[in-house]
Design a protein around this ligand. Structure first.
Ligand code: 5RP
Length: 220
């Protein structure tokens, strides 16, 4: 909790007046948004693009100026969380279910900053189950195919119903084991009909801010 807060506060200090800022999703980005809310009250002028309904709700409650994705072609800086990050700044994301919007917002961002606690930094990705966003119509067939590939797929649930994303899709979590070739696995999964996006983010982050008990440091 303290680690996430320290990372969030340092990352929020990178935001400059006049920027368009992408806001990720999750419990670490929460601290970024809270700090940006304070800075806006102190006079910082920014506009923000949200990656999820949860982030929109929080940002609005703190008085941040939100603009729809349909009104931006470029974002100056996006600050987001991650579930695992390796030394090449590849990551697994989607634990919170917002991977599709997060990947799209990152795609048009000049600078992508990830905020994580120290437990998220790994030598090799794959201990965290890999989320993939899929077309609901094809979920049974995809589960069967992914089983055949040895991934032990689990349809993400919310109570007794499948979890649905902000785009009304489903998420399947995959047990991949350690991933030798993150980009290769991403490509292989993306080529499967019915897979909309994977939670593998390949060299997406320009800067990784890692929180510790006493503060935060920049990894890259
Ligand atoms: C949501 C995400 C989050 O950024 C990721 O799950 C990290 O969350 P947290 O900061 O709560 O640990 O990818 O889709």
């Amino acid at each position: 909790m303290e680690e996430k807060r320290h990372a969030g506060i340092l990352a929020a200090s990178f935001v400059k007046d006049g920027m368009t800022v992408g806001l990720g999703t999750g419990s670490t980005v929460y601290h970024v948004i809270v700090r940006l809310g304070e800075r806006v009250k102190e006079g910082l002028r920014i506009r923000c693009v949200s990656t999820s309904e949860a982030t929109t709700e929080l940002a609005e409650s703190l008085g941040l100026d939100l603009i729809p994705m349909s009104e931006v072609l470029n974002i100056d800086m996006t600050i987001d969380g991650a579930d695992e990050v390796d030394r090449s700044c590849n990551g697994i994301k989607g634990g919170g279910g917002a991977l599709l919007h997060e990947k799209l917002v990152a795609d048009i961002s000049r600078i992508v900053v990830w905020v994580v606690d120290s437990s998220k930094i790994v030598e090799r990705l794959g201990a965290f189950p890999l989320p993939i966003e899929i077309v609901p119509f094809f979920h049974m067939q995809l589960i069967s195919k992914l089983e055949g590939m040895g991934f032990s797929p689990r349809l993400r649930m919310s109570g007794s119903c499948p979890f649905t994303t902000d785009e009304n899709n489903y998420i399947i979590d995959l047990e991949t084991g350690f991933i030798e070739d993150p980009e290769g696995l991403h490509r292989k999964l993306k080529l499967m009909p019915g897979v909309i996006e994977t939670g593998l983010f390949i060299t997406t982050a320009d800067i990784v801010v890692v929180g510790s008990k006493d503060g935060a440091k920049v990894l890259r």
